[in-house]
Ligand binder design. Sequence first.
Ligand SMILES: Nc1ncnc2c1ncn2[C@@H]1O[C@H](COP(=O)(O)OP(=O)(O)OP(=O)(O)O)[C@@H](O)[C@H]1O
Ligand SMILES: [Mg+2]
Length: 259
Amino acid sequence: MTKDTPVLEIRGLHKSYGDLEVIKGVDITAKRGDVVSLIGSSGSGKSTLLRCCNLLEDSQQGEILFKGEPINWRGEGQNRHPSDARQVLRIRTNLSMVFQQFNLWSHMTILQNVMEAPLTVLKRDRDEVEASARKYLDKVGIADKCDVYPAQLSGGQQQRAAIARALCMEPEALLFDEPTSALDPELEQEVVRVIKDLAAEGRTMLIVTHDMRLAADVSNQIVFLHKGLIEEQGCPDEIFGNTRSERLKVFLSSTRQAQ
Ligand SMILES: Nc1ncnc2c1ncn2[C@@H]1O[C@H](COP(=O)(O)OP(=O)(O)OP(=O)(O)O)[C@@H](O)[C@H]1O
Ligand SMILES: [Mg+2]
């Protein structure tokens, strides 16, 4: 791999649930430091695409390459699955996911939540993991919440804990699925600030979002999905300032009305 090899590359990806084809041939490239936002109407396939990227979902056709390394498949079509469990684990832990609903363990403290996967999945040294968990909790602004349980935190704090947990895996890229959608507007801003800091640090990120301001502020590439296909893509200036497709114009005007 050279320094220009993309962290993540998707080529001609197709994904169906039974007879329903949800992703119909999508190409996406994220180089190191890219922030790619995926936008589009509900049901356009954004979450599915993100979940295919880190192999939480199978796909039937097309290639997924992580740092130039293609996923090894066995079988074809509906019977296609990754063939190398170790490769899947390695790649998934390098593409760390942050979900809309945080998904923290309710019976563990915040510190334990952040330490869990590095200890059990990566089998890293406990002291080292604890030091890095505290560092990331400090980074997202909740160092004082190490010893409390998720239910004792606001939604914005829980989401920041979930981001610290993703960072503690020391991933090559972060994948966000609507990280701010479950939050009230003022809590949303706490999380937006953290995501902006990560972008400014040069983290590679794929972000599914309904928040056009977030997409405009942090992305260098925006992908507009429509019914499982890329309808338009470009930098924020192109997408918002020089919109070409009618569908994207309609989508953007509907999101402006919703605000
Ligand atoms: N597990 C599943 N089984 C069957 N169909 C599914 C499944 N998950 C998603 N779908 C379908 O796939 C399509 C794309 O769904 P997806 O969740 O990727 O959309 P989305 O763009 O993330 O939408 P939203 O903005 O509402 O989150 C939808 O038609 C949805 O009903
Ligand atoms: Mg979704």
